[in-house]
Design a binder for this molecule. Structure first.
Ligand code: NAP
Length: 461
């Protein structure tokens, strides 16, 4: 063997080592899928099962034997069995003494039992070292190899060495172990697979509420009012005009709601004179779902762009333009060119295009694959500085679109202002507060507070 090859051996000492035998209790879906993956990664596998007969479903190179026999062949035993059947382990307690038991189980409901399944296992077999792992990986993903989305394996346990050995197996399978600490973390880990888009709940419910409100608001102004007072049927607006009004309104409101908790947090910190007191729960939760709020806002902004692009091909728009041209021709009068109108129209479109471009940039940088490749300062620069610039551009786009409309009494139908005016309330509040926070008399103490300074240290919790 030449020098180079011996160096390679030194760099990868385990490559040529035979892997230790691992025992799997249970030949169900998960036991088989995990066993197959482990065999592919070089682990000899023995199954402990109620039936020692092998079937064509069981991985070819694995042995199947009784639980007691299988447990004696390995020091690591993965329990791929539902929690309600764990009782069968009690008579095996002596054989399992000192062994590492890996609990992979999940429940049907969040916090279904008072203690986690892993803690329950540790109570049933007190002499064993219980480690929680693999519960967030599905049998299907293991079999089909589509593990990209779920490469992380959360691991926890009280015995450091046992946890380390399980994490070595996780790595050998091409997955990424994430140490969550002691077995106390098992309950939280068991709840992960049961959560249904937890961070998306608030943004989606809020969007649904706002859609409903603005739909009826626009319906009243654009369809019901003309029908009642002018006997005109504008019900076709429900298809495009009203959605194209609601989408930008939602995009702007939701984008401003991404930045509102930040300025509220700044006000609270300035008021309290410390950063060491917890924010109210609602503010904490709101801050945690800012990314999702931003992405929902981006989705509405994209819809607005699509709806706007098809305006020229709409029948109503083409009819309106041609009838105006014909009436001008018949009366032999042309509308004079208005430089002001040209400026207003071009500026609001330009502001919208730039705002949407930055909005997309924000969306891209929030993708984990991108955000993982920028440092904290770069991420903050994009999300905070560019984020505020996006909010300014989108607010300006809406303001210029409205122009002087808010001064005209005819735009207040049934005393209701145009919907776009309502959409400006929160963004303007956020921008005004942010502007005030930039002044040195507020910015300086805030920066100090964020660096750990306290006005009245005795009041902090
Ligand atoms: P499964 O297909 O129902 O298999 C469970 C196995 O448990 C059975 O095949 C059986 O194996 C054994 N078993 C059943 N009743 C028993 C009893 N009374 N006493 C002893 N052993 C018994 O379930 P699974 O989908 O493989 O899930 C197994 C565990 O993995 C569960 O705790 C589950 O929460 C967890 N998990 C599953 C997935 C998944 O995608 N399926 C993902 C993550 C975690 P024998 O016939 O060989 O005895």
């Amino acid at each position: 063997m030449n020098k180079n090859s011996s160096n390679i051996m030194a760099l990868a000492p385990n490559t040529f080592n035979k892997k230790e035998t691992v025992c799997l209790f249970g030949t169900g879906d998960f036991g088989r899928a995990l066993g197959q993956k482990m065999i592919q990664s070089g682990y000899p596998i023995v199954y402990g099962s109620r039936s020692t007969q092998t079937s064509s479903l069981i991985p070819k190179d694995a042995q199947v034997m009784s639980h007691a026999e299988a447990a004696q062949k390995a020091s690591i035993i993965i329990i791929a069995i539902q929690r309600q059947h764990y009782n069968f382990l009690t008579p095996l307690a002596e054989i399992l003494h000192g062994k590492i038991l890996v609990d992979v189980s999940n429940n049907l409901k969040i916090n279904q039992y008072p203690e986690s399944n892993a803690e329950y296992l540790a109570q049933l077999v007190p002499g064993a070292k219980v480690v929680k792992a693999f519960n967030t990986v599905s049998a299907w993903a293991l079999q089909s190899g589509t593990l990209d989305a779920s490469r992380q394996v959360f691991v926890c346990g009280d015995d450091m060495e046992a946890k380390q050995r399980v994490m070595d197996i996780v790595r050998a399978l091409g997955l990424t172990p994430l140490d969550k600490g002691s077995l106390l973390a098992a309950q939280e880990i068991e709840n992960y697979p049961l959560q249904l888009f937890p961070m998306w709940k608030f943004p989606i419910l809020l969007s649904l509420g706002l859609i409903t409100f603005f739909f009826f608001y626009c319906l009243t102004r654009r369809v019901i009012y003309p029908y009642v007072y002018e006997n005109q049927d504008f019900s076709f607006s429900i298809a495009i005009s009203i959605p194209n009004q609601i989408c930008p309104i939602l995009a702007l409101i939701l984008l401003s709601l991404v930045y509102l908790p930040g300025v509220l947090a700044a006000i609270i910190q300035l008021y309290r004179g410390t950063k060491y007191r917890r924010f109210p729960d609602w503010l904490d939760k709101w801050m945690l779902c800012r990314k999702q709020l931003g992405l929902v806002a981006l989705a509405f902004a994209s819809l607005h762009v699509l709806y706007t692009l098809i305006i020229p091909i709409r029948y109503f728009v083409r009819w309106k333009i041609s009838s105006r041209i014909i009436s001008q021709a018949l009366s032999n009068k042309t509308e004079p060119f208005s430089n002001t109108n040209a400026w207003i129209s071009d500026s609001y479109v330009a502001l919208g295009i730039l705002g949407f471009f930055l909005f997309i940039l924000l969306g891209i940088t929030s993708l984990p694959s991108v955000s993982n490749n920028v440092n904290w300062r770069e991420f903050r620069f994009v999300q905070s500085k560019l984020g505020y610039l996006t909010l300014i551009l989108c607010t300006a786009h809406t303001l210029v679109y409205g122009g002087k409309q808010f001064l005209s009494p005819s735009s207040y139908i049934w005393y209701l202002p145009s919907a776009y005016m309502l959409s400006l309330i929160i963004p303007c509040i956020v921008l005004v507060i942010k502007f005030l926070l930039v002044f040195p008399c507020l910015d300086k103490p805030l920066t100090q507070i964020r660096q750990g300074w306290e006005r009245n240290p005795e009041y902090s919790e």
